[in-house]
Design a protein around this ligand. Structure first.
Ligand SMILES: [Mg+2]
Length: 242
């Protein structure tokens, strides 16, 4: 699948930016590359397993209830905080659930994996002297744990979390703060994320080049986006003639 021919930015456009049909990744048009972490660079299986299996299991044991009941209760709690800063705040969840969330994450750190061809892509970005940033909703403690485990931190000029910005990426204000902090020019920026809601906010903010990363987790079939240029694997962007 060639990303250069899959542009769908013309439809449902929410900004004044001109429709983008191609991603001129290796030319001077793109100077800044913003990358989401979980699901985009890293296999989201770790997070899914953590919240949908390990946490309910531990919660069930603590309260002497079944796994099914624990999961049901937790799903309701998760839902209430989705898309907010609480969702990203593992200290909040430690308090809310009375569990040591950072320690539980450590317990399954062996499940933290980088998606295929991510490192090839990051190396190419460096070779082409792009400014490369991680922009994540993850808590800084989780970012830290994942960078230590995967060793990909060396490819980035900076990493910012929604926690530091004070807003989640779904909020326009995140992007204003992020721009102040990182100093990118939105018309020369590519942003890749596996959450369409977030891509919509970035588009509204005016980020010019936007790509949806399908296959967030290695365990589920990828689904392409109807609204955004889609890749399922970073090797689709590693062709330097794009
Ligand atoms: Mg993500």
């Amino acid at each position: 699948m060639s990303p250069s021919r899959k542009g769908a930015e013309g439809k449902g456009q929410e900004t004044n930016a001109s429709p983008v049909q191609i991603v001129p990744l290796w030319g001077p048009e793109i100077k800044y590359v913003l990358l989401d972490m979980d699901g985009t660079l890293l296999d989201k299986y770790f997070d899914d397993y953590f919240w949908e299996h390990l946490v309910p299991e531990t919660y069930a044991e603590k309260h002497g209830i079944t796994f099914g009941r624990a999961k049901e209760e937790l799903m309701k709690k998760y839902k209430r905080h989705e898309g907010t800063l609480n969702w990203t705040d593992i200290d909040f969840w430690s308090r809310e659930l009375d569990l040591d969330i950072p320690a539980l994450k450590e317990q399954i750190r062996h499940l933290i994996e980088v998606h295929p061809h991510v490192e090839d892509f990051l190396k190419l970005l460096k070779r082409h002297r792009k400014k490369v940033f991680i922009v994540t909703n993850a808590h800084f403690k989780v970012l830290d744990l994942k960078m230590k485990k995967t060793n990909i931190g060396r490819y980035f000029d900076a990493c910012i979390t929604s926690f530091e910005m004070g807003y989640p990426k779904e909020d326009l204000r995140f992007w204003q703060k992020a721009q102040e902090r990182l100093g990118f020019q939105k018309e020369k920026t590519l942003f890749i994320d596996d959450t369409e809601e977030i891509l919509k906010t970035a588009r509204r903010f005016g980020i010019r080049y936007i790509v949806f990363k399908a296959r967030a987790t290695s365990k589920k079939k990828p689904k392409p986006s109807k609204d955004f240029l889609t890749i399922t694997d970073f090797n689709e962007l590693c062709n330097e003639s794009i």
